[in-house]
Each structure stands twice: as C-alpha cells, then as structure tokens.
Write a protein that binds this ligand. Structure first.
Ligand SMILES: Nc1nc2c(ncn2[C@@H]2O[C@H](COP(=O)(O)OP(=O)(O)O)[C@@H](O)[C@H]2O)c(=O)[nH]1
Ligand SMILES: [Mg+2]
Length: 308
C-alpha cells in the first residue's frame, strides 16, 4: 500500500522543512511514502525548500486558496497511485510522528476517513477566538450533517483512496467542512483519533480576524449545505412562511364565515396571501434546487468513474 502525504502550503518557508523532516519514513503496513507539497503561489522559498527536502512539489501559478490546493493535492496523490492519503498543514502545528495513528484505522478497514482531533488530544495554545470559532463551527457541522465529530476544522486527516475519489470539493476557501458533508452524503465511515496541536509560529494564513473567517466559513458552509440538502432547507424556510400565512389567514377566514365580510381584516388578509405565495414559491425553488442536485450528483458520479 502506498501512502501519499499532501501538504498545502502558502508562504511557509520557515516551517516546511521541519514538517517534512518530522514525517516518519517507515510506517507499518505501508510499502512506499510520497510527500506532495502544494505550493499555492507562495512568494517566498516554500517550494524550493520543499523540493530540497525531497518532496514532490505541485505549483499553482497564483494563490488559489486552501480548498483548491487541497484538491490539487488529492488529485496528485490519486494519480501517483496512493491507497491512503494523509493531509497535514505546513505550519508545524500538527505532530507528523502521529501520522501512523491516522493511517491505522484505514489499514484495519475500520474507517474511510480519519480525523485528527485536537479537542480530544492536546492543544499547546489556541487563541480564545479561534477555539470559540472552531467549537461553534464543529457544532454547526454536526447539526447540519447529523455527524458527531469533535473537530470539524482539523487539517490533519487521512483518506482512503475510495474516500479521496469522492472529495469533489467546490469551495475555494476551506475544504474542511464540505468534505464532511460529502462523507455523510456517501456514507463514508469517519473515525477520530486524538492528536497534538502545537502553537502557531508566525501568523495564521487563514484566520485574519474572527469576523472575516466566520463570514467566509459561514458562507462556504451554507453553500455546501444548500448543495447537499437543498430541499430540506427551502422546505423549512417556505414551510415557515406558509405556516405564518395559514395562521393569519385562518383568522380572516373565520371572520368571513361568521359575517360574510373580510373587513376589518383586509391588511391581515393581504399579509396572509403574501406569506402563502412567498412560502409556496420558496418551496418550488427547493424542488428545482433538488432537481439540480440530482444532475450534480450525476456529474459527481461521472467524475468519480473518470478518476477511478
Ligand atoms: N495552498 C494554500 N494553503 C494555505 C492557504 N492559506 C493557508 N494555507 C495553509 O493551510 C494550512 C493551515 O493554515 P493556517 O494559517 O495554519 O490556518 P490555521 O491553523 O487555521 O490558523 C497551512 O499549512 C497553510 O500554509 C492558501 O491560500 N493556500
Ligand atoms: Mg495552522
């Protein structure tokens, strides 16, 4: 079995060599290990240093974002014939000596995706705003997906080849949450192992401010959710409008049956009609979106077979 380790990197010249140096060269059950660094348009020496350290380097001509770099990494790993793919960060926050822990559940056939959970493991330092954001985002992911993970944002993960073939990530900001929605969609079994998380040396490349991150991650997650569960979303939203319309309309109707008049409930009658029309429209949008989802799934299936 071949293991590919993908490392998306954007201006990480200070840490990339340490990360590559820490990766174990022998792992039980693994015949060959290949390290693939995705240099996402770095303006420093990240790519050169990675090459010197023996990694294969795939370059983006400009900064296309972490999610795109993650995809490029998975594609390169699949193409190289990897049976298992581990993704790790280039900033030396994860402990690469723990890679065997991530690989094991897949080797044993107990999981298709293994998440290195920082919250079940050891965290040297995580600023409060980040911790709060991570916990909240994990709760939201669990809520919308029905999964029960403890760290939905971890960048330290292992994928079986089968799972990697399914990771058709469409976002360009972050792959972490969308990949879990895909896992849930295709019933890919997820396992978690506790991992260490060191203090960040230098500034986060993703996390400018809590609000900036929350906004981008929130939109990314919402779009991903709409992609996978459009009917649920629009049915709930439209349903609320319809319920409001019915509540307002019932009052008018009762009055009309009693007196044969709409007055003095004309404004309520207008509101009820508006809510009902709006509600049914939103529901119809949901039905159309569900049909679009079916065609997207067909395209996903084609992509899966082409890659395979
Ligand atoms: N390819 C690529 N990688 C990125 C980009 N932004 C961040 N990264 C990498 O993604 C990983 C996680 O980023 P980091 O800044 O540590 O985020 P944080 O740990 O959430 O604060 C690191 O390996 C970064 O080099 C980007 O725009 N492109
Ligand atoms: Mg980091």
């Amino acid at each position: 079995m071949k293991l590919a380790i993908t490392i998306p990197a954007f201006n990480e010249e200070k840490t990339i060599a340490k990360v590559i140096g820490e990766i174990p060269r022998r792992i039980e059950g693994i015949k060959e290990i290949e390290i693939i660094v995705i240099d996402d348009g770095s303006t420093d020496n990240t790519g050169k240093i990675a090459e010197k350290c023996g990694a294969a380097v795939v370059r983006h001509s400009g900064n296309r974002g972490l999610a795109k770099a993650f995809r490029t990494g998975l594609d390169a790993a699949l193409e190289s014939g990897a049976g298992i793919i581990v993704n790790t960060d280039a900033d030396f926050q994860y402990n690469q000596k723990q890679i065997p822990l991530l690989v094991k559940p897949i080797l044993d056939g107990n999981a298709e995706i293994v998440l290195g959970s920082r919250f079940k493991g050891w965290i040297e330092e995580m600023p409060f705003s980040k911790k709060f954001g991570n916990i909240l985002a994990t709760k939201i992911v669990n809520f919308v997906s029905g999964l029960r993970v403890s760290d939905a944002q971890t960048g330290f993960r292992a994928f079986s080849r089968e799972a990697a073939l399914r990771m058709n990530i469409s976002s360009d900001f972050t792959y972490t949450q969308e990949s879990l929605l895909i896992a849930q969609e295709y019933k890919l079994k997820i396992a978690e192992v506790p991992v260490d998380f060191r203090k960040r040396e230098g500034k986060s490349r993703l996390f400018g401010s809590i609000w900036g991150y929350a906004k981008r991650a929130g939109i990314t997650l919402l779009i991903a959710y709409l992609n996978y569960h459009p009917l649920k979303f629009f049915l709930s939203l439209g349903g609320l409008f319809v319920l409001g319309g019915l509540a307002a309309g019932t009052r008018v109707l009762l009055h009309f049956l009693e007196t044969g008049m709409v007055q003095p409930y004309l404004p309520t009658a207008l509101l009820a009609s508006l809510l009902l029309i709006l509600g049914f429209e939103v529901i119809i949008i949901g039905l159309v979106a569900e049909m679009v989802k079916f065609s997207r799934k067909a395209q996903d299936e084609i992509l899966y077979f082409i890659k395979k």
